[in-house]
Design a protein around this ligand. Structure first.
Ligand SMILES: NC(=O)CC[C@H](NC[C@@]1(O)OC[C@@H](O)[C@@H](O)[C@@H]1O)C(=O)O
Length: 263
């Protein structure tokens, strides 16, 4: 009985070490990336007419996942404010949604290296009278809960009336129905809403100190290293540049993510 139990125990420890070997990134389901994202931030991350997730961040992560050896990638839409807690508590392996890397967020999750640095934009209507950032005084400004825009507005637009929304869709429909005077979101997403609804970009505020990164749970060094290695390779061989030009045509390209030959 002793020998049996020893070998059983030996077996179980070797089984667990085999499991670790076949699941080196500690994924919820070995061989699959479960990704939390948002569906209404076109062209970063959005769902197309067939409901499929796509966009710059989606295609970049999918490429990075492939380089890390994982081709089974499942994206699920969440309210932005739910993403980091869900990644931290192991409901998702990664958060991918133009999520700016900040020290405050690093208290909850860890991040890959940055992959996109751009602007926060005040989106408004022709009728609102909001023609610049200082014209927001006393006006109703929409923000998506949990975003850098919310934090920025609380600090820099203290005399605006902040209205918090779960997502961009809800905020932009409030803007279109006159319930708020402006909405504060990411530059490329604002540009898409401008073209869709004839809205106006009233101000672009640089957010280069908080480039977007892939959010992962803390203390997962193997996953973090694999994502960073793959991200570096995607930048070095021009994949990052191809995807940037595909999804953000005409936008100024941050130099730090280009192949050495383009520097
Ligand atoms: N999906 C969202 O709504 C994200 C909103 C917001 N994005 C900010 C940001 O990461 O967007 C991509 C780049 O422009 C970054 O420089 C910027 O900080 C945030 O992280 O809070």
């Amino acid at each position: 009985a002793l020998a049996l139990s020893l070998s059983a125990c030996g077996g179980s420890s070797s089984a667990s070490s085999t499991a670790a070997a076949s699941n080196p990134y500690g994924l919820i389901t070995p061989g699959q990336f479960r990704v939390a994202s948002v569906g209404d931030s076109k062209p970063y991350t959005f769902t197309d007419s067939s409901g499929k997730f796509t966009g710059f961040d989606v295609e970049l992560f999918t490429d990075v996942a492939h380089r890390a050896g994982i081709d089974n990638v499942v994206f699920t839409g969440q309210d932005f404010s739910a993403i980091l807690p869900a990644v931290a508590n192991g409901q998702f392996d990664v958060g991918v949604a133009a999520i700016g890397i900040t020290d405050k967020r690093k208290q909850t999750v860890d991040f890959s290296d940055g992959y996109l640095a751009g602007y926060l934009t005040v989106l408004t209507t022709k009728a609102s009278g909001v023609t610049s950032a200082d014209a927001i005084k006393g006006k109703r400004l929409g923000v998506v809960q949990g975003t850098l825009q919310e934090t920025y507005a609380m600090k820099n637009f203290p005399d605006s009336n902040l209205v918090r929304f779960p997502d961009n869709n809800a905020a932009v429909s409030a803007l279109n129905s006159g319930t708020i005077d402006a909405h504060f979101l990411d530059y490329e997403a604002a540009k898409d809403y401008v073209s869709k609804f004839g809205l106006v970009d009233a101000a672009d505020i640089p957010s280069f100190d908080a480039p977007a990164g892939f959010a992962i749970a803390k203390n997962k060094p193997a996953l973090k290293d694999a994502l960073n290695k793959a991200l570096k390779a995607a930048m070095a061989d021009g994949t990052w540049k191809r995807l940037y030009q595909k999804w953000f045509p005409g936008s100024p390209m941050p130099k730090q993510y280009l192949p050495a030959s383009d520097q």
